[in-house]
Design a protein around this ligand. Structure first.
Ligand SMILES: Nc1ncnc2c1ncn2[C@@H]1O[C@H](COP(=O)(O)OP(=O)(O)OP(=O)(O)O)[C@@H](O)[C@H]1O
Length: 624
């Protein structure tokens, strides 16, 4: 995709000023960039921007580690855009390497936004779209200033001589800790051999791992190393909770949470594999709760569209897999058959690719109880077939993707490592906002006790949780227990059972195939119209009912007798916590503040605080 950034006649925008702290203006950036910054509503630089931009403008190589959501993209984009604006001739001077297609699109959008007042002086290309070789060649023929791509795409185009790095002045590797684990080692080798001498490199990463060290040695010269610790104030932005429950109770609680609107705002639910996405979507569908599915099987255009629409608040719930879960330095506790990915090649004709080597994946769901053998043997044949279904190696949503205003990340299935946990929860509490992470954990004694809802990796939940707590503890963060009053939600159990029974393996398979078919069609349309007529595509929703299960209309409504004792009023005024059955064991800061406010008669303020810090804290006993 290539767009001219053409805004010739622009009103003078206000240049952001700071009140004493660092300001963007103090960096000596081009006024057009300052206008772009103002238009993006960035008032002051984030810490990583404040420390990286001046060194980068001095021409130093940079290796920066900063937490997810801390504004790393602008930290490297502003200096490279500045260098492009200073130059007169047009040639490809900046190569930005990212591990995934989604991230490439996001970086492209950030370039577009920050250089919106630079008229034709900045041209950028996102090479990760599924364009034919001929189209890619024509995009590169005009020597765009910035090429954003994955290492795989870059090396492919270097090999065909479509991409020339002869005039390169800047190389950026975003999510540097991830690119090697995506299996791009050989591609990076090809790129490093082609780079001209003396270029400036910027490596951005959320963690400093051995992989990042390798990249530093390969690409950097005496870099300034920036390790941005999280500010004390920011630590409180994210509240982390864990709920220990039985396997089927995950389904019970998620139903209660959404149906009774215990969570305010947008949620991302992470599940263990693609089938599990559809199992949960179909299950929630039974209750009239709409959600979108996001996984590596969907076409890239659909994935990008889903994220964009989610960011525009079109959808509230995304059920996602993070199949390219990076296991990092921890050993995987359990891996199911067929876990190891194979090296994936680049596809240019719309086919999806296999996972990359070095990345371990968790795939098939266990067999649910109550299905006959013939179904099962047919299933296993199809399963084999499905194993060959190509997945997108460049898919990755738990890393780098800027989901906006996510109130809560729910680990419906706990990830298998604390590193994955960190990246998943990094999708909320971004850019100074508050957020919450809620994780379901299956205690060992409950594992495999409810066959139709069991999931293999949960066998090790407790061990993984211990690592998560330790890891978060090292950063001064707490993962607190959250207790639902199961007696209060018990009344919903038979409805859960009804809904679960309707979500058979067959229904899941059908839903998965149907969704893929629909999304491929949408993706084609998106591809053709994305640029010219974005307005035309608004009707392309991704959260429609899949309708493969029998419709049980009665499940969509909650009869009064099921509502928690005392109803809305009783809950709001009477109960100690002010919401149904959600009881925290220990005292905490928020609760104390609320109690203080109550005693001081600051009801409204207290309510606002509650909402801001913990979406689970407000409860309206209202059925959707
Ligand atoms: N100076 C700023 N002021 C306000 N918002 C900002 C500023 N810089 C960046 N942002 C916003 O913060 C959000 C997160 O930024 P960005 O995606 O660059 O973070 P990141 O550190 O790259 O995160 P990740 O590691 O998850 O990719 C974005 O929505 C971005 O627009």
């Amino acid at each position: 995709m290539k767009r001219k950034l053409d805004h010739d006649n622009v009103p003078a925008a206000e240049v952001p000023k700071s009140d004493g702290g660092p300001s963007f203006a103090a960096f000596g950036l081009d006024p057009r960039l300052l206008r772009g910054i103002a238009a993006a509503k960035f008032s002051v630089p984030t810490p990583v921007q404040a420390s990286a931009i001046p060194s980068a403008l001095e021409g130093r190589d940079i290796l920066a580690r900063a937490k997810t959501g801390s504004g790393k993209t602008a930290a490297y984009l502003l200096p490279v855009l500045q260098s492009i604006l200073k130059r007169k001739q047009q040639h490809t001077s900046v190569l930005i390497l990212v591990p995934t297609r989604e991230l490439a699109e996001q970086v492209y959008k950030a370039v577009e936004s920050l250089s919106t007042f630079c008229a034709k002086d900045v041209q950028a290309v996102n090479l990760t779209q599924k364009f034919s070789d001929a189209v890619q060649r024509s995009l590169l023929a005009v020597s765009p200033d910035i090429v954003i791509t994955t290492p795989g795409r870059a090396s492919l185009n270097l090999n065909t001589l479509a991409l020339s790095l002869d005039h390169l002045s800047h190389l950026v590797i975003d999510e540097a800790d991830l690119v090697l684990s995506y299996g791009y080692e050989n591609d990076l080798h090809v790129i490093s051999k082609t780079l001209p001498k003396g270029i400036q490199t910027i490596l951005m990463s959320a963690t400093l791992t051995d992989e990042v060290d390798l990249l530093k040695v390969q690409f950097s010269r005496d870099p300034v190393i920036l390790k941005l610790e999280e500010a004390e104030d920011d630590r409180g932005l994210l509240s982390q909770y864990v709920v220990k429950c039985a396997e089927d109770e995950k389904f019970l609680l998620i139903y209660v949470i959404f149906k009774l609107k215990l969570i305010k705002g947008k949620c991302i639910l992470f599940v263990g594999d693609i089938d599990r996405c559809y199992r949960l979507k179909l299950y929630l569908e039974q209750f009239g709760i709409k959600s979108c599915v996001l996984n590596s099987e969907l076409p890239v255009n659909s994935r990008i569209h889903i994220v964009e629409e989610f960011n525009k608040n079109v959808y509230d719930i995304i059920i996602a897999t993070d199949e390219n879960e990076v296991l990092g330095d921890e050993e995987p506790e359990t891996l199911t058959a067929g876990d190891t990915g194979t090296e994936g090649g680049e596809a240019s004709n719309g086919t999806l690719e296999t996972g990359s080597g070095g990345i371990k994946k968790l795939r098939e769901s266990p067999e649910p109880a109550g299905e006959d053998d013939s179904t099962r043997s047919k299933d296993s044949q199809r399963k084999k077939k499905r194993k060959n279904t190509k997945r997108d190696k460049e898919y990755g949503i738990s890393r780098g993707i800027d989901f906006k205003n996510v109130a809560c990340v729910i680990n419906f299935d706990l990830p298998t490592t604390s590193k994955s946990y960190t990246h998943r929860i990094g999708r909320t509490a971004r850019a100074g906002k508050t957020g919450m992470a809620l994780s379901f954990v299956i205690p060992k004694e409950h594992y495999r006790k409810h066959k139709s809802t069991t999931f293999p990796t949960t066998e090790n939940d407790e061990a993984v949780l211990a690592k998560i707590i330790k890891h978060q503890g090292k950063q001064g963060k707490q993962v607190k227990p959250y207790h639902f009053d199961m007696a209060q939600v018990e009344g919903f159990r038979y409805r859960m059972g009804d809904a679960l029974r309707a979500v058979t393996r067959l229904a899941i398979r059908e839903a998965r195939t149907r969704e893929l078919r629909q999304e491929l069609l949408k993706s084609e349309k998106l591809k053709r119209h994305f640029e010219e007529n974005p307005g035309d595509l608004q009707h392309l929703r991704h959260d429609g009912e899949l309708r493969v299960t029998r419709i049980q209309h009665h499940l969509k409504h909650i009869p009064d007798y099921l509502l928690p004792k005392g109803g809305k009023r009783g809950i709001a005024s009477g109960g100690e916590l002010g919401h149904v059955g959600v009881r925290k064991v220990s005292e905490n800061r928020i609760r104390k503040a609320r109690m203080n406010n109550r005693t001081k008669g600051k009801g409204k303020k207290g309510a606002a605080l509650r909402r801001k810090v913990d979406p689970l804290k407000t409860f309206k006993a209202k059925a959707v």
